[in-house]
Design a protein around this ligand. Sequence first.
Ligand code: BGC
Length: 740
Amino acid sequence: MKRKFKPITLVFFILILPGCKSMRSTSQSFDYKNNITNPITLDHENEITDLISKLTLEEKVGMLHGNSKFATEGVKRLGIPELTMTDGPLGIREEISRDTWKPRGCTDDFATFYPAGGAIAATWNPDMAYAFGKSIGSEARDRNKDVLLAPAFNIIRTPLGGRTYEYFTEDPFLNKKLAVPYVIGVQENDVSACIKHYAVNNQETNRGTVDVIVDERTLREVYLPAFHDAVVEGKASSIMGAYNKFRGDYLNENKYLLKDILKDQWNFKGVVISDWNAVHSTAKSLKSGLDIEMGTEVNFENYYFAQPLIDAVKNNEVAESEVDESVRRVLRLMYTIKSIDPTSRKPGSRNTAAHLADAYNIAAEAVVLLKNEKQLLPLNLKGIKKLGVIGANSTRKYSLGGYGAGVKTKTEITPLEALKEKIPSHIQIIYAEGYKEKYLNNDEVKQNLGKKTVNQLDQSLLAEAKMVAKESDVVLIFAGSNRDFESEAADRADLELPFGQVELIKAVKEVNPKTIAVLIAGAPYDLNEINSNISTLVWSWFNGSEGGNALADVLLGNVNPSGKLPWTMPKKIEDSPAHATNSFPGTDKVEYKEGILVGYRWFDAKRIEPLYPFGYGLSYTTFNVRNIQVDKKKNYKATDTLQVSMDVQNTGVKSGKEVIQLYLSKADSKIERSVKELKGFKKVFVKANSSRRININIPIKEFAYYNVCKSDWDVESGEYIIHVGNSSRNMFQKVSVTVD
Ligand code: BGC
């Protein structure tokens, strides 16, 4: 009976809910900068000076460290509230106890579970990043949080990174184009977006001690752009200092990154908040630019920014005016988000149908179709009496796990639930678990060089799966990983798909050639064998409350897939730059030896064929690009914006969205350059059998490289080629332009 209602739900999603409108529109349809409603305000400096003059040293210091796990002290007598914070990137974390990590046991702290960072990036759609920020920010506000500890967008340097699923991409341009609208969306709710983890925090192994060595040009061109733009364009009002060291100094006492670059060069007026328990000194940290220390494990007076800071002022190690500077920043933040005078503060909302629609839209645009050789997708239900659904990932939930990134949610639709709901009742769905998630104990993990899982199949589950495969007309096998296997605080040991799933997929395919593999994971895996065995491969993510619905709609063809990989899927780990250069994970030091050649730039430069390239993803239709034009071919100046126009043709019978990607190359450069670099993209909806003319703008300043001799950006003159493609390895056409 239930199933009959589904089409109505779908219509409801597509036509009524505001978040869904963007499903039909061309992306990047408005300028987010017009939406910046609350850059950090400097309108109250006199009131702030007056307030500071009334504060005792103890009160000031109370505002600069946690008085509990997720708040700093207020000053009641002067009307200064606590500053409340919350994780995290995938949804507002449940309330935990004030003094320990134990859940507080509340019954009103449920939240929408949003798709993970990899999924946002796979949409290649800034509109989706904006919708995400706006939606999650409203949930933070509704839970009365001042600072949302998100977005997290460290560059994916290694496919093995434990937080790859939380972060966006390997590419600095895509990264910044998503980070900015996300931040703007969050901050529209009178909530601060605390962008993290600043900076070069690209691995979990030894993250609390490792000293990252990276050359200046790479730092500026690869690891800082998203932080720069989130601060300068998105007006992020807080930023989290990471755990690691950079060039010898811990991040939270790193004058170069905090004071010189962030506060002086980027003119950041907001608050620097330490990662949890990531501070190592008092005077040095404060003088280097840290404002708030968070996360001490035991007694809150043990913070470096608690009694030791009071002592440091009394011993003249720190001037009280230096404390005042940090207090000023905290007060500025409070005026900006209106927590100091909440009468005009925006209300939030949580767990609403509109927020679920946002989660659905993002999830639906994130699913990547990797392979569809025999056109098994979208599922042709006419020919199916029995549909086999195999694999524990079809019934698994992904909201919990991964420390601060866990979400306590009321709604999470699994793929199997969604399929049951959406498939007509005359089709029988037969399910087999296929594999069990089994983990080694700590000693065994050590003996196995960090490998965490048991990768042998249970023979009775395998036999059951084969039976189901035999009986079914088509088999969907749901594999991949989960939030226990991919997690903060540990990188993966290798690319192997855990729990014996490769063997399972091969065995199932042998019984039933019409086997479709659906991988749900947050990071690259070794898919070589699966890829050579299976004709149809779909990639999904830890994709939020509506992840199952979105995935089922793609499989059934209600949604035409438009996700693109935000990172390179290598054939083997040794092909990836950090591993090819033997510079991961280091011990007390890690030197980023690949320099600017991160991600696809390395694969291009070394002519290595990836399994699936950056920017790749198929659709149920096909696209072509024709008639590429630039507004002028010659005489561009560094201050100009280049406009590239083209016809995007949908050459198939199904309407859909394509991501047009512009890559820049320069043949005769006097400096080392990547073979090509992403410099523009646009997600475009084109109706079946029709064509649409679009423009993509690239400011010429995007052509610049960081000139270390001048300590500034430089645009080389001469000829540049712009390649127009729909992945980093599939170009339609190119056009050349000349810069004076
Ligand atoms: C993580 C942060 C998180 C913080 C608070 C740290 O371990 O690195 O991303 O916001 O904990 O939970």
